[in-house]
Design a protein around this ligand. Structure first.
Ligand SMILES: NC(=O)c1ccc[n+]([C@@H]2O[C@H](COP(=O)([O-])OP(=O)(O)OC[C@H]3O[C@@H](n4cnc5c(N)ncnc54)[C@H](O)[C@@H]3O)[C@@H](O)[C@H]2O)c1
Length: 433
């Protein structure tokens, strides 16, 4: 059976069903399509399905419309879970957010498993790409297999392969970045291996599913901790009246043992603010308090408040009376439209609460629905910037490319730069926060 399945993968005679067509799932679907592998797409969001069907992509920098397989794929996208039965491989790319009490919210994955349960059949392979706590992949399989009809490695196959998608980044992609893969058993791993070989240049076989799950958590915790450290250094530098960017520039000349991270207004997106908490929550259940993980998460999430306090104090100290704010960059990081957990939104909220008239400009975000009040993206022209020259402030919340920062500087009065877009400029109207 195994040999037959692997041969079918090698001969591209399989169907892959991807559930969750978001930042991870949709590009993954196109990787399989480009490898001439049949893809069935399932998403619970009708608006997204309609967008795919109408040919518009909701993921920036990814224009799929010209893809020669687009037409074929459009027909195979739906919210119909029965389609799972037509696939050989099912890949789950669903969100893994936090609940209100800051604990892992696995309900989307669990509900999905319960929905597909009656359509899943013998000899299929289930792969999870969502980021989860260690052991969660097997827990999900056990939920699927509550009637014990599947035996892993014999008549059903299970794998985990964490996604390393970096939205908005053209430099690193699945073409240059190795993909970590894992399987429940040798047989499971070989199916997962031959499948991903079809779409990746390099795959790395982790020793077990748990190793692969933890490797993703280590990667994102590493980022969270190092961003936390450099954010703390930003606070230290401010207290000592030294430019943080000058410090980083000097430190990064060391060509071993140091990797520069950029300070900012906090962290956002669906990974860095969330994934470390999946691990620390899990470890609490194992009677271990993950100290560094928790401290860096707390520090990063306190950064928007620190930024706002710096600005309010500056305005007070310098007797600047204004209630007009333009935020440049609303998404959580450069060159993406993703505003999930964005620190710019926290900053926006603080200023709205202080009765500021807030506008934003972001080349990627058309409008933002903030507590049922719509903020529209302002066009960034000379006139709109100059409005803030007379009386108003500008905050650089995200360092998107393709923004004329020179023009903004020349035509404004006071800029609070949270990202260092002016890191090498000594102009007095730039305040690094
Ligand atoms: N975005 C990233 O850069 C990134 C990178 C690496 C890993 N991840 C991980 O990948 C996973 C997915 O993240 P994402 O950013 O692609 O999320 P996303 O929100 O962009 O996409 C998830 C999709 O799943 C759909 N969905 C939700 N519940 C569903 C259900 N029950 N059935 C079918 N569809 C459903 C949503 O409508 C959405 O289109 C998360 O675990 C995340 O941590 C994300």
């Amino acid at each position: 059976m195994l040999k037959k399945l692997i041969n079918r993968i090698k001969n591209k005679k399989i169907s892959v069903c991807i559930i969750g067509l978001g930042y991870v799932g949709l590009p993954l679907a196109f990787r399989f399509l480009n490898a001439k592998i049949n893809v069935i797409g399932i998403d619970s969001d009708i608006a997204k399905i309609n967008k795919i069907k109408s040919g518009s992509s909701y993921i920036e920098n990814k224009s799929f419309k010209k893809n020669k397989y687009y037409k074929e794929f459009q027909k195979k996208v739906s919210n119909n879970y029965t389609k799972v039965g037509d696939a050989d491989v099912i890949i789950l790319c669903l969100p893994t957010p936090l609940s209100k009490n800051n604990t892992p919210n696995m309900s989307l994955l669990k509900n999905c498993i319960l929905k597909i349960k009656k359509f899943v059949k013998l000899n299929q392979t289930l792969i999870l790409e969502s980021t989860v706590y260690p052991g969660a992949t097997l827990e999900l399989f056990n939920l699927l297999n509550s009637d014990k009809k599947f035996i892993l490695g014999k008549n059903f196959f299970l794998g985990f392969s964490p996604e390393r998608e970096n939205p908005g980044d053209k430099l690193f992609s699945y073409k240059s970045t190795p993909k970590v893969i894992s399987g429940f058993s040798k047989q499971c791993l070989s199916i997962v291996y031959f499948l991903y070989k079809e779409i990746c240049n390099k795959v790395y076989k982790a020793n077990s599913i748990k190793v692969a799950e933890l490797s993703k958590l280590l990667e994102n915790t590493y980022r969270s901790v190092n961003i936390g450290l450099v954010n703390e250094f930003k606070i230290i530098a401010k207290k000592l009246n030294v430019n943080i960017w000058d410090i980083i520039d000097a430190a990064k000349t060391k060509n071993f043992g140091f990797r520069p991270f950029s300070p900012g207004p906090g962290v956002g997106g669906h990974c860095i603010p969330i994934d470390p908490i999946y691990l620390s929550w899990y470890m609490k259940n194992k009677n271990y308090n993950s100290k560094i993980i928790e401290i860096s998460s707390t520090l990063n999430s306190s950064m928007p408040v620190w930024v706002c306090n710096q600005i309010f104090n500056y305005l007070k100290k310098n007797k600047i009376k204004t209630n007009k704010l333009l935020i440049i960059g609303l998404s959580y990081k450069k060159n993406t439209a993703d505003t999930r957990e964005s620190p710019s939104i926290d900053i926006l909220r603080k200023f709205v609460n202080k009765k500021f008239h807030v506008e934003f400009y972001d080349p990627y975000v058309k409008k933002y629905d903030f507590e049922s009040k719509y903020f529209n993206n302002k066009s960034l022209n000379l006139k709109s910037i100059k409005k803030y020259k007379k009386d108003g402030i500008i905050i650089i919340g995200t360092n998107h490319k393709n923004i004329n920062y020179k023009n903004i500087l020349e035509n404004s009065k006071l800029i609070f730069d949270t990202r260092g877009v002016y890191s090498r400029n000594k102009n007095k109207k730039i305040i690094f926060v």
